[in-house]
Ligand binder design. Structure first.
Ligand code: DQA
Length: 139
């Protein structure tokens, strides 16, 4: 099974950025743990701070991979272009968030992407990514 994780803007700073919200773990450390836990899955990782690059990655892998776990960061709340890219591809996308966006500022309550995604997982810290992978594994 081929699963792609895509992280959007500022998520390269996990472990450094606003630790009280996003925790102390870098994504590289977390990814190593995930790969150990799911040795049977080919787990690819891509991060970009650039909207168009995220769209290019969706186009590149969105007709061949089994699942995409996507944390689009703040683009979640703004990007019609990423929403359209999710609608255009065949691979199902699960939207994830580390924080519970519904407990935070009102502008984080709205997702432009959610309606085009298989589902949304938010508020479980880094475990949000793993829960999405579990869904692809068991679905
Ligand atoms: C986030 C929540 C977004 O509102 C925010 O812009 C992020 C991270 C999360 O994982 O909790 O960058 O997607």
């Amino acid at each position: 099974m081929n699963i792609q994780i895509i992280n959007g803007p500022n998520l390269n700073l996990l472990g450094v950025r606003e630790k009280s919200i996003y925790g102390n773990t870098s994504f590289d450390t977390f990814l190593e743990e995930l790969r150990k836990r799911y040795p049977a899955i080919t787990l690819s990782y891509y991060q970009s701070n650039v909207e168009g690059e995220i769209i290019n990655k969706l186009h590149e892998i969105g007709f061949s991979y089994d699942g995409i776990v996507m944390n689009a960061g703040a683009y979640t709340h703004t990007s019609i272009a990423i929403a359209d890219a999710i609608a255009a591809i065949n691979t199902p996308v699960i939207e994830v968030h580390i924080s519970n966006v519904h407990k935070r500022e009102e502008f984080r309550h709205k997702s432009m992407l959610a309606a085009n995604c298989k589902g949304v997982i938010a508020g479980f810290g880094m475990d949000s990514y793993r829960l999405a992978i579990e869904n692809f594994l068991t679905a």
